[in-house]
Design a protein around this ligand. Structure first.
Ligand code: FRU
Length: 492
């Protein structure tokens, strides 16, 4: 019986998790305030939703090894998005439309309808005539145990589209109808396709919501579409767009034509490790995004998934970020305010002059936040360098090149494992101040600059004694109006 098979596979996975998690939980690279699985491999966030008063996070999950394989949907719930309770996997590959050995239940969304929690996901299979991707539905009344819809799949690739590239449904409700956007590929160009339904089970094609003309790749993974203060935002994770792997488009959308036209094309993150962002809205009206803090092997800057497989886990999410629309239609991404509750001890210094002698910013902490404001009007340094997670041998460098208006995150000397550097433009929206908010966890650094307009995220697989954070100036002095630090600690 098919329904039985999913139950059996979930029970088996849960037994495996229970018997293997204790060793993985001891891993010294485990994050302290970022979401991650108990044991095994995790990639994309799937179906973040507030349901019956709790935040539910689902995720692409292989509990059995610290590598990608046949995907389950992992599941965890929280009251505050800081403390998490892990639940049994919500979905397991079990049907002939979602049981591909190197595939399974791919990414998707969650939506509540008439009190029920629905998961809309991509099933993957191959019956000997090629890799197929189809859209499927599962539902639950208790938010824990899910049943797959008997009529699955509910949607297959339209005529003329690659069946192996039709995935990651993003679903929402508008005026009593349901809408779905899927990533697709036609003639080797990426498209986001829009569908409409009155019941979540029967879908009609509406239009090509948006497409790449070559500039934005050949396939968009995990399209995410939402309204924000009267405008519309499409988040895409493009394959084939070079280093640009997390793009946002802002513009207007017409429900009558199903067409989205964008006026802004920006990067959701400019670092190494941020992919497949998924958004959701909560009862406070906040639009938040969660992303997978890693990369795929086809990305230009990918080296590997890091050494944490030695601790029997791989994958965490970036900080949960609230999305704000700026006056110029660009977006800013702010760490959600809940993180302020885990700040413990702090230090604050004002009006500091920094020279070429490294100034020690913080006490030695594995998890901390550093806020700084550089006074651009009285700093004549050519560069200001924040050297993070350092010891005598290693350090991750954030280089603010004030002369050439560039920001570089250099991880070549970060940990003896990671490699590469990323560059992005320093926009200097504010000519007087350059603000920074830096979040350091056990294995990651996330830098928010220029009032959260620009973000750079990177994993760092540091040794236990890489605890030093310093700042120094090159070719002049740098005046800091403010330098604030907090220790971050997740209590019970
Ligand atoms: C994006 C992605 C999705 C897919 C999933 C598979 O990271 O490749 O397109 O659904 O991961 O795990």
């Amino acid at each position: 019986m098919p329904a039985e098979l999913m139950k059996q596979k979930i029970n088996h996975a849960q037994e495996f998790i229970d018997s293997h998690k204790s060793s993985a939980l001891k891993g010294h690279w485990r994050q302290q305030f970022h979401f991650m699985p108990e044991v095994g491999w995790m990639n994309d966030p799937n179906g973040m939703i507030e349901y019956h008063g709790k935040y539910h996070f689902f995720y692409q999950y292989n509990p059995f090894t610290p590598f990608w394989d046949s995907m389950y949907w992992g599941h965890a719930v929280s009251d505050d998005m800081i403390h998490w309770e892990y639940l049994p996997p919500a979905l397991a590959p079990s049907e002939d439309y979602d049981n591909h050995q190197k595939g399974g239940c791919f990414s998707g969304s969650a939506i509540e309808k008439d009190g029920r929690l629905f998961l809309i996901y991509t099933g993957t299979y191959n019956n000997g005539d090629g890799f197929k991707q189809v859209q499927c539905v599962a539902y639950s009344d208790d938010g824990i145990h899910f049943a797959k819809y008997e009529g699955n799949p509910v949607l297959t690739a339209p005529e003329g589209y690659e069946e192996a590239n039709f995935r990651d449904p993003c679903v929402w409700e508008h005026e009593g109808n349901y809408y779905m956007v899927c990533g697709a590929s036609k003639d080797h160009l990426a498209q986001a396709l829009l569908f409409k339904s009155s019941d979540l089970f029967h879908w009609d094609f509406v239009n090509v919501l948006a497409e790449s003309y070559g500039d934005l790749g050949y396939m968009w993974e995990c399209p995410d579409f939402f309204e924000l203060d009267g405008r519309y935002v499409l988040l895409i994770s493009p394959m084939g767009a070079g280093n640009r792997t997390a793009i946002y488009l802002v513009g207007d959308f017409d429900y009558n034509t199903g067409k989205f036209t964008y006026v802004i094309n920006g990067n959701s993150d400019n670092g190494f490790d941020f992919y497949a962002p998924k958004s959701f809205k909560d009862h406070k009206g906040r639009r938040m995004v969660v992303a997978w803090a890693n990369e795929w092997d086809w990305m230009p800057r990918w080296k590997d998934w890091g050494p944490t497989y030695k601790e029997n886990w791989c994958g965490s999410f970036n900080l949960i970020r609230e999305v704000k629309l700026n006056k110029d239609n660009t977006l800013s991404f702010l760490p959600i305010e809940e993180y302020q509750a885990i700040r413990t001890e702090g230090t604050e210094r004002t009006f500091l002059e920094v020279s070429d002698i490294p100034f020690t910013i913080s006490e030695e902490r594995q998890a901390c936040e550093i806020q700084a404001v550089i006074d651009l009007t009285s700093s004549d340094a050519l560069q200001v360098v924040f050297s993070l997670k350092g010891n005598n041998e290693y350090h991750l460098d954030l280089i603010l090149d004030l002369e050439h208006q560039m920001v570089t995150l250099d991880r070549n000397q970060a940990d003896g494992w990671s490699r590469g550097e990323t560059h992005t433009e320093l926009k200097k929206h504010d000519r007087n101040n350059l603000t920074l908010d830096i979040f350091i966890d056990r294995s990651s650094v996330e830098v928010f600059i220029e009032d959260y307009h620009t973000v750079l995220s990177s994993n760092v697989f540091a040794a236990d004694n890489q605890l030093k954070n310093t700042v120094y100036a090159v070719g002049g002095t740098c005046r800091l109006k403010k330098l604030k630090t907090f220790q971050m600690a997740v209590g019970e």
